[in-house]
Design a binder for this molecule. Sequence first.
Ligand SMILES: NC(=O)c1ccc[n+]([C@@H]2O[C@H](COP(=O)([O-])OP(=O)(O)OC[C@H]3O[C@@H](n4cnc5c(N)ncnc54)[C@H](OP(=O)(O)O)[C@@H]3O)[C@@H](O)[C@H]2O)c1
Length: 299
Amino acid sequence: MAVVIDGKEAAASVIAAVTEATAFLERETGVKPGLAVVIVGNDPASHAYVNSKSKMAKQCGFNSIQHSLAEETTQEELEELVAGLNADPAVHGILVQLPLPKHLKAEPVILSISPEKDVDGLHVVNAGKIATGDLETGLISCTPAGAMLLVHRIHGRDLSGLNAVVIGRSNLFGKPMGLLLLAANATVTMAHSKTKDLASVCRNADILVAAVGRPQMVKADWVKPGATVIDVGINRVPAPDKGEGKTRLVGDVSYADAADIAGAITPVPGGVGPMTIAMLMANTVVAAYRTAGKTAPRF
Ligand SMILES: NC(=O)c1ccc[n+]([C@@H]2O[C@H](COP(=O)([O-])OP(=O)(O)OC[C@H]3O[C@@H](n4cnc5c(N)ncnc54)[C@H](OP(=O)(O)O)[C@@H]3O)[C@@H](O)[C@H]2O)c1
């Protein structure tokens, strides 16, 4: 039976370190990290995410600023707000909650965020820094940063000699995750919807990362015995056993069977999920340290 990688516990220890680093920075320099979260429209799931981010920011001791904009906000109005936040010295991190309403384009908004304040790590400057192997001066996308922290807990910092397979090649997760594994010396295969014989590609993985968005797609016989399995997928599926109309969250991995084969595995929920908010807080305190001219803590 695999070791269950406890993302809640790992996230709590990141939050504790962020809280401590925040208090230290304020004591030493008077600077309080500021996180501005921008949400447009009325999507209830997005509002729930934003509220939990704002709540966590307060818990860390940040100045937490939330901008809730109406559904009919224009592209210009949104980019104007971002420009104001870029210019505000009290704001060290800016997050624009995605997805945006259909009439708005996300890409120009992300590009309008100052890279130094892009705590989601989605700006092309920050993506480019990871791609060129600079993990020190940019901000790393939160979910891959969190997933890597879980990988490091099992394998240490150096992944030399290990084969890693990432299923999924999105800009949000798959690509940065592959690059982070590569930077840690793993031998990386990026798989996607056009990959031939995915099962046998996966069976070669010492570290198997699934980020597809297909419930329980990765079966136990895709997993190399003893492998570390990182399940990024979040899928809501019907759960009639819990009552009529009820649902539950499952990952991209068939957890119960894969846990018999893997050496270590992340559950869903409670694995990678809690790491995303924790790394958002970590990026914000890092950005604040840099602005204050102090050496940023590492997470
Ligand atoms: N906080 C978190 O925990 C967090 C954060 C981000 C994402 N997620 C979850 O992670 C999952 C992936 O997110 P994402 O944003 O990366 O999704 P995405 O942009 O939809 O990308 C999905 C990737 O999966 C690949 N894919 C689709 N069907 C496949 C198949 N049958 N075989 C192999 N590959 C296949 C796609 O390949 P092509 O490129 O060829 O189309 C694509 O690269 C989702 O469940 C999402 O909810 C969780």
